[in-house]
Design a binder for this molecule. Structure first.
Ligand SMILES: [Zn+2]
Length: 221
């Protein structure tokens, strides 16, 4: 009998034994005896064989496909010339912690240079991995959100409309159309239209939305 049959038959045998335990028989034991048995059962350290086998499989897969030790979820990252290999690998792993449609965290925990962070963001946008989105925030507290995340096109159009607003009525129409809130929940106050029109005061936060799924070439090999 080979080792896998040996393991499997013992596994099944033990499970069958468990399935066959007569609960009525157990009920006839005293509460004290049951408590002791429960404690003793908890003390038995079960070996998690499927987990250990999984680790062996993963190691074998790495030996067979060394590519999976490097950048492979988003192979485009290999083209980046302004970051070192270790950082690019971290970015590759970081990106897979998000689902398509989710907003990414900042890259500053991997890259200290703000110039390089911007270069990376541009790169990811160019490659169609992320989409740049814009959120209008309250010009007073800079925390309250006045808009949903907007695409570049929608934001450009909205910016023009904000600039052309002449009175509160124009502002109300933007609110009615669902583009912009005229009230900040954080400040608990109405937004001052003149602050939004002032390009030095308007606060717009950029957000990156993941739009491309990772490469799954090596998932099921
Ligand atoms: Zn506010």
């Amino acid at each position: 009998m080979n080792v896998q049959n040996d393991i499997l038959s013992k596994y099944i045998e033990f499970q069958r034994f468990l399935d066959g335990i007569n609960m009525e028989e157990l009920k006839s034991l005293s509460r004290e005896d049951l408590s002791t048995l429960k404690k003793q059962l908890h003390e038995v350290n079960h070996r998690n064989l499927p987990y250990e086998i999984g680790k062996i499989i993963a190691k074998k897969k790495e030996d067979e496909f060394p590519q999976i030790l490097g950048i492979h979820h988003y192979p485009e990252l290999q083209e980046i010339t302004f970051l070192n290999e270790a950082t690019k690998l971290e970015i590759d792993k970081h990106l897979i912690s998000f689902r398509v449609g989710q907003y990414l965290n900042s890259f500053y925990r991997f890259i200290s240079s703000s110039e390089k962070v911007l270069m990376l963001e541009d790169f990811l946008v160019d490659k169609g991995i992320v989409e740049q989105m814009f959120i209008v925030k309250c010009p007073c507290c800079t925390h309250g959100h006045l808009s949903e995340p907007l695409t570049t096109e929608v934001w450009d159009a909205l910016k023009k409309r904000i600039q052309s607003m002449e009175d509160e009525e124009d502002f109300d129409s933007l609110t009615d159309e669902g583009f912009l809130e005229s009230y900040c929940m954080e400040c608990d106050d109405e937004i001052d239209l003149s602050l939004l029109k002032n390009e030095k005061r308007i606060v717009v936060k950029k957000a990156l939305k993941l739009i491309k799924s990772r490469d799954t070439t090596y998932d099921n090999v």
